[in-house]
Design a protein around this ligand. Sequence first.
Ligand code: GCB
Length: 618
Amino acid sequence: SLFVTGVASARPDESAPPPPPPRVHPVLVSADMRPSLDLSGPWHMSIDPYRDGVAGFHGGDPGLSSRRYADIDIATTEKRDGNALFEQDPARSPIVTLPSSWLTQSPEMRHYVGLVWYQRHFTAHKRPGKRVFLRFGAANYAAHVYLNGKHVGEHRGGFTPFAFDVTKLLHDGDNQITVGVDSQRTDQDIPPPVTDWETYGGITRAITLIAVPDTYIDDAWIRLTHDGHIRASGRLDGPAAANMPVRVTIAGLGLTLDARTDAHGDWQAAVPAPASLKRWSPDSPTLYDVAVKAGDDTLHDRIGFRTVSVDGDRILLNGKPIFLRGISLHAEEFGVDPSHVITPEAARALLEEAKYGLHANYVRLAHYPHPEVMLRTADKMGLLVWSEIPVYWRVDFSNPDTLSQARQMLAENITRDRNRASIMLWSVGNETPVSPARNRFLQTLAADAHRLDDTRLVSAALLSHREKRNGVDTVVIDDPLIPSLDVMAINTYNGWYGNDSLASLPSIAWASKYHKPLIFSELGAGAKAGVHDSTGTHKFSEEYQAEYYRQTLAMAAKIPFLRGMSPWILKDFRSPRRQHPVYQQGWNRKGLESETGVRKEAFFVLARQYARWAKQPP
Ligand code: GCB
């Protein structure tokens, strides 16, 4: 036999079980549902292009003994006298409104990539028996945080939340907070510097101060499992976390789950799901009020219950096959002058366009974790979600620090969002060229995703290749990562990039080495709204884009294992690499709508197809 089992692989590190996923701490799960002091609003802002603040005075690493320049100058709260040496004074610098990227704060900041210091004061009151966390929804990319002149901590990663326990540093009364945000990424970061979207530097999501009891519910994950149970698990944190009763109540189901924490504060409980449970789906997105109580802490959330699974090459929602009629979205990057901020109203308007305009039941939230409000809105409206971290194109796959960063980001994303019924797929990468180092990197991430969440599917947007098979022009899917994934996903641009004529697309065959469901994670062509060409042969005309969609949909209809698609993309979005002066002007024009919401012809082609598929899935 060619198959030898039980023999250790030649590379010892590959046979070893992967290390457990990193533990995010604090998680502060459902932070957006906890009462908080919102630090949004006016902040002072001062640029630091040579990064003096994070170096010693003469530049470079401050070393262990000396303090950083920020410690003694920028974040200082000591009184400045006339002789003090200082080069920065954030307290007297211009005022901007946060959260928002600095790109839109003034014309000079439009292309600034680097370090910026933000500072403000706020009033807080210390309360006995309470712990206080300072939480950032996201800061792009690296954050250096100070409270009252003291260094609090650092974070890398532009799209996931992080929090620090600041109980000891908080003053009763006036407090000064200083945050340095550096948008410069290196080749070792996630994503690396070159992407196809704008680098929106700054504090782009809510900054909040959250007070919780000394011992509080840090994590609580409540879900429907494949064995028909409602299962709850999580973690208490604090001095009384061990051996503490925890009660989960789902009033709408008349359910209580009782647990007791172990010595580490971990807890879990499960009960059979009652027959009265209304399962969440795009057609009936039922959410239940869930309360978790432990000691002095009570946490509230709204949670839907459903299962997602794969059977051969089919995708099942609540045990029934589903075809994903999707669209990709960049949530915070469209509109006249995007600053990477989205309101609840804008999130709803965007998802309504997908659900009611296009008849979609699914969205790909590209290319990084979107803000909580998008997931909450998808939960409420009934849209399935692909969620991803920006492991994008040419990542430094052989670098262990880069892998740690990606694992941390994935863990932050999953622990933030695993109570959201809308999310069905975690994606661990986008268009990453196959190599042994890349395969190991993404296998580790896929294993992490499965271990952090055994109720969802794991995928990645993969590359494919073309060959002649029995004389037929064939796209072949054989990425060696696929055994680690539940769903295969391919970005296809035949007819836009490359030399295929649009008319030839339906004759292209698709073949896979693996028996798994396939989705088109992207397909698309550019068009500038209002540019017309009656011959339909000129790229960037609405007619060309519409014809591209017709022919690609005809090709898709012939792939028996295709289970969905999320064409690229709902709206035009800013991308610095798209500089064609006539058609692009700094925007990626593959939107079905312009950045301001003008629908192009292709919008209607896809909407008509989805309306048909909604009645009669392929
Ligand atoms: C892709 C990328 C996406 C780009 C798109 C394009 O495959 O995933 O980020 O914007 O192609 O327009 O080329």
